[in-house]
Design a protein around this ligand. Structure first.
Ligand code: FES
Length: 111
């Protein structure tokens, strides 16, 4: 695993999301009330751009813009059809004020 730099924490206030596109791996980092969570920006139903749709920062789910599945941002679990498989999640950490995500080494090497 390696660290992928996302952004300074001040660029990701509560209730917002930051999407980082890095080759084939696209990751969205959400700030839900001060807690940070990272989700792959790829819906488990049909590879839709999951994190480019709306999300509910109070309930903590993303709404896939392609067919409307709700995905739990904290766990990656599918909450509503047509998605039923989980979406990949990633560990988020904060170092010296920079938000970072642990990713497979190949993805970080491209950043
Ligand atoms: S691609 Fe996300 S619900 Fe179909």
């Amino acid at each position: 695993m390696a660290d992928l730099n996302i952004c300074p924490l001040e660029e990701l206030p509560p209730g917002t999301v930051k999407i980082v596109k890095d080759g084939e791996l696209d990751i969205a980092v959400y700030n839900l009330g001060g807690e940070l969570y990272a989700l792959e920006d790829r819906c488990s139903h049909d590879d839709g751009p999951l994190c480019e749709g709306d999300f509910d920062p109070e309930e903590g789910f993303a709404v896939c813009p392609r067919h409307g599945a709700h995905i739990d941002i904290r766990t990656g679990n599918a909450l509503t059809l047509p998605a039923y498989l989980p979406v990949d999640t990633f560990r988020v950490k904060l170092e010296a004020g920079i938000v970072k995500v642990e990713v497979p080494a190949r993805a970080a090497a491209r950043s």
